[in-house]
Structure formats: C-alpha cells, structure tokens
Design a protein. Structure first.
Lengths: 343, 343
DNA sequence: GTCTATTAGGAAAACGTTTTCCTGAAATTA
DNA sequence: TAATTTCAGGAAAACGTTTTCCTAATAGAC
C-alpha cells in the first residue's frame, strides 16, 4: 500500500486532520504548516487515495457514457469518437474518468442499469441517444440519478440535452446550393416524418431556407428512403422524372449521399455538372469520393465538451435547472456542390 | 445511503460477517441461513456497495483503455470502436467497467499516468498502440502496473499483446489476386520499412504469398507513400510505366486504396477490367466506392475480447507468463478484385 | 491581570465492506 | 460420561480518507 496520509502526518509531525486540511487548503492552517506539509507530500510522492476518498464521499469520480457499441452502429455516428474526446478532456480536468457503457447491454437487461446506479459505479451519465431505450430513463428518474443527453430526445424527460443545430445545418446546405445556382432542390432523407429526428430537423431547415429565399416548398421533392438504402434508386428515378428536374440534392446523411452519387454515375449524370450534391457531418471519406463531397460540418468535439460540462455542473449543483443547447454547424465546400467557374 | 449490509444483517437476525459470507458463498454458512439471508437481500433490494468493496480490496474494478482520441486519429483506426465493444463485453461480465484514457493526454504529461496508477483509478490497462509513447511503458514497469497491448509493440516490453495477423492478411490478399488471374502484383504501403509496423507485416505476407506460389519478388513493385498521400500518383505512375505493368495492386490501407482508385479513374484504367485492387480492414465505406472495394477483414471485436481477457487474467494471476496472440483475417470479395466471369 | 475572542491544530467517529480469529454448541470418539 | 473434534456463526479490526467537534494557546480588550 503506497504512501498514505498517515505517513505524511508522521513525517511532518502533525495530525492526519491537518494533512487533510492542507490537501483541501482549509483556512485554519497556518501558511508555515501548509508549506511544510506540502513539501513532505512532494518528498514522499504522496497521492491521496482516490478509492478511500470515494468511500467517504460515496462517489466514484467516474462519468458514464452510454453509447451503442453494436457492430452495426459503429459507423452510423462516426463522430462519437470525437465526442468522446471532448468528454474525456473535460472530465479529466475535473477529476473524473470517462467510463463506457454499451446501450444494448442495458436495453437487453435493464437490471444492469439498476445495478450500475445502485452501486454508484458512475456519478452521472451522458446518454448518447442512438438506440437508447426511452424506458430506461424511467429507471434513472426513479432513482433520481443525474444524466444528460447528447441529441435531442423525442420523448418527455426532465434532463438537459445538447445537440447540433440540424435545422440550421439544413438551412446552410440549402442556402449554399441556391447560391451555387440551383433553382430546383430536392431533399432525400431517412426518417423525415419522425419527430425530433436528425433528418426531420434537417428537412425543416431545407424548407425554411427555400421559403426564406422566396422559393415554394414542394413536398414531392422531399423523399424518404424509409430505413433501407435499396429504396434510393427508385426515389432518384422519381425525382429525375419530375416535370422540373432537380439540379441540386440535399442528402440527409452520408450513406444516402454515396448511394446517390453511385446512381447518378450509372445514369451518366454529371456531378457537379448537371447536379449539385451536399450532405452532412463531414464523414472522413467525404473528401475521397468522386467528386469529393461537400458537407455541412459539426464541431462534435464541442458537443462532447458541452455534455460533459452539463453533467458535471449537475453533479456539483443538483438543483440546477435543465438546459438545452444547440451547436452551430459550418460549411465545407468541395467539388460535389461547386459549379465550375470556367464553362 | 441505500440498503447496506447492516440492514440485511439486522433484518435476518445474523451478524454482518454472516451476510458477507453469504455474499461470497462461504462454506461455513448453513444452507438454511444462506437461503434466508439471500431472500432478505432480494427483499430489500440490496446491492453490495462497490465503493466500500473497492476500499477494502484497493481495486477500482475498472479497466483502462488507453487510446488516441485526437481528432486527426479518429478514423485512422476505424475499428477501435468495435474493439471497445469487445472489451466492454468481457469487462462487464467480469464485474469491470471500461474507462477511456486519451493517449495524447499522457504523452503530453506523463505525470498524469503516474497519478492514474498511484491513485489506482484503474486496476489494469489495455494500451492501443496508436501513438502510444514507448517511454510511458517505463512508468508502468517501474510501478509494476499490469497492462497489455493491442497491436504488436516494436519495442522491448514484458507485456502480453494481441494483434491481428497482418502477415497472414497480406498473404490472403495476394493469394486472392493471383487466384483471380493476376500475373504481376504490386504492393503500395505506408511504412514498409518500419519494423513491426502493420504495413511491414502486410508486405511480408505479400512477399511470402508470391514466393509460395512460385513468383519472383521484385522490390521495384513494392512502393511506399512515406506518410503522405500526395506521393501516391507518382508511385502509380512509376508502376504503370514498368516494363511489365502490374495487373493487381495490394494497398496496405484504405486511404491508399481510395487514392489509387481515384488516380486509375483519371487515367481511364478500368477496375477491375485492367487492374484488380484489394485492401484491408473492411473500412465501412469499402462497399460504397466505385467499384466496391475488396478487403481482407479482421474480427476486431475479437481483438477487444482477447485483450480484455488477457488483462483480466493478469489481474487475477499476476505471475502469469506473457502471451502473444495473432488473430486470423478473412477475405471479403467485392467488385474491385473480381474478374468478370463473362467476357 | 483577568476575561473573552480568536486562532491553529488535534482527537475521534464515520463510511460499508472483508477477513481473521474466536466462541459456543453440537457431534463424535474413547 | 468425559474429552475431543467439527461446525456455524459472531466480534472486531482494518482499509484511508473527511469532517465535526473540541482544546490549548495566543491575542486583544478592559
């Protein structure tokens, strides 16, 4: 067992209370004593035993991140990796460690969540809303356990959340295509009609942008692949067969964008010559498609930072009012949406 | 404070020692008492306080995973996500939680690692070798702290590691191209000459396969992009200008493969018509390239599982001899390496 | 010089387990 | 029946902090 507070106390000729007070910089200790004790601490290379401290405070100094680790989901949210980076940084700076909990474990066996919080293995939870089961929030609420969401929940909850401003992102994408000369812009999504879904918000932004710029919104130009990529070719065929053929496409996610690109190539429709394309999230392969794909990018690291701050705030101040925050996206223009100046 | 062992003891009319012994299924407790105590435990919804248990055992019941969370590295190792899934599953089943520690935090400030292990915030470490600093292992060794590697370290260490069999993967890729009719196969990598690098191992496999099938290995057909994608066109130009022009390319990573594909398209060289292409890791976008990319895939989930087992073994059996394990890859054939049967 | 207020630091309990050693009762043996 | 062994369970210490309450010494006020 390493160096303990007792060793420091003995060597410094003070009581352990005094050492503890020095650690916490209590005002009732004289500067001289403080200095001496601090020196001894350094000399002995003393680190307070976190586990003992946990024991007293009954907190683990761990923040849990509930996220899906299912193989199939691995690349649905490519940015979760960066989110983790943001969380880890803030957590560490506040003395917390980041622990990962698999969403599917919990959905399959909600008792695991009960155990997790009964045993206080984490002090608070950040819940990434991919595949998270609404029912589980009931468990958390019953135990009055602190948590925040990444992503805007589409169910009632008393918890704070942080999200990216997908409506704004949709606006930016659409606005950009109009800027590039498009006069008829279609939207292809997956879950357009699902309340508070990422796709719905992006579609909303698409509509808002069109209206704001004085274009009519025609619902026939809004398509939904309904969960399966295989529907995309048919949707595109419909769009290309319309009286006024679209000259710009907003794809609500990368997979749609890539499938669309493939289809257009097969049909010998040039991008960006005849059709401009834009999507979201700046997926790492976006620069490597042919042509490279324009995206509306999100600072997901910041998403992690904000969510970590939110939960840590909540821990130190349990009565805190709930907060929502929406982060702004930015535009990354690549060839797929850039009209050649020449020609 | 929730239900404690005292509450259970009182209600069951036994001492806390007895309850503790029931929890650990000690043989000196009669079946009748055991049964009664277990019932009371269930009735009161008692969960042993892990923090108190940690306090006694001075272990945190957390496994740390050191991995790079730097933005730039996020997609270098797309499969780390799945690795985490494997680790989490094994860890949880053994009563551990998975904690994430950012490699760059530690390299920037090695004292963080000292603190981490002095405070016993994790019981053991799994180190993902991307960007991990060799010097840090000295800290671990000095403290006799248990750790294992994911990936084969290219420096001396007393620790176990698990890795994917990259040499075997290189063999499989090369063998497959020969099977498909290639007679001159080139290899493009990044770090061919770096000892124990992933790329070097794959190149080794490439050579072995060629030799095993009776082909000569010509070093002129082995190219290295030396850290920057911009070198790729020049390398390809060299290859295409050779007396015997290659009809198959083994690309040691996805970025090389995608850049290569782009180049070949610009030069109007048909894939798979005139050139077969194969790469590794089954990056999620591999099916979405034009044409879809063949890859040699790795069960990285299993990599996580094995690394977690290794560290947990080590924890329960500190004297354990170090172990190395190499996981076998499997072939996923897509259009980029499939000679049309017709024509 | 006495009384009070202030200051610096100490003593000890508490947190919930695990674990070692002990004890009393029952069972076995002689 | 007496001595011994076995068995089931209990008492208490220990783990390293934090924190509350207390005390002795000093300073200040009159």
């Amino acid at each position: 067992m390493g160096v303990t507070i007792k060793d420091v106390a003995r060597k410094a000729g003070v009581s352990i209370s005094t050492v503890s007070k020095v650690i916490h910089d209590a005002p009732t200790i004289s500067d001289a004593t403080k200095k001496r004790v601090l020196e001894i601490m350094k000399e002995l290379n003393y680190h307070p035993n976190i586990i003992a401290r946990s024991f007293v405070s009954q907190s683990s100094y761990h923040i849990g991140l509930i996220m899906s680790l299912k193989k199939e989901d691995a690349f649905l949210n490519p940015y979760i990796y960066e989110i983790m980076g943001g969380i880890e940084e803030v957590a560490r700076k506040n003395g917390y460690l980041l622990s990962i909990i698999n969403t599917s474990t919990l959905s399959e066996n909600p008792a695991e969540l009960e155990k997790l919080i009964a045993q206080k293995r984490v002090d608070g939870l950040i819940i990434h809303l991919g595949g998270f089961d609404e029912k589980l929030t009931a468990v958390l609420n019953r135990a009055d356990f602190p948590y925040v969401f990444i992503g805007r929940p589409n169910f009632a909850t008393g918890a704070s959340w942080v999200d990216i401003n997908n409506a704004k992102a949709g606006e930016i994408a659409t606005h950009h295509l109009v800027d590039q000369g498009c006069r008829c812009i279609a939207f292809i999504g997956d879950g357009v009609a699902i309340r508070h879904s990422i796709c719905a918000a992006r579609a909303e932004g698409y509509k808002n942008a069109l209206q704001a710029m004085g274009y009519a919104v025609d619902e026939r130009y809004i398509k939904d692949m309904k969960g399966t990529c295989e529907n995309i070719p048919a949707l595109l065929e419909e769009l290309l067969g319309m009286d006024e053929r679209p000259d710009g496409l907003v794809c609500s996610d990368n997979f749609i964008a890539f499938e669309t690109l493939k289809y257009l190539q097969r049909k010998n429709i040039e991008v960006p010559g005849e059709m401009l394309l834009i999507t979201f999230d700046n997926y790492p392969f976006a620069p490597y498609t042919m042509p490279p794909m324009s995206t509306v990018d999100i600072d997901v690291f910041e998403l992690g930072v904000q969510s970590a701050r939110a939960i840590i705030n909540k821990l130190s101040n349990p009565g805190m009012t709930i907060q929502y925050s929406l982060l702004s996206p930015s535009l990354i223009i690549r060839e797929s949406s850039a009209r050649k100046i020449t020609g």
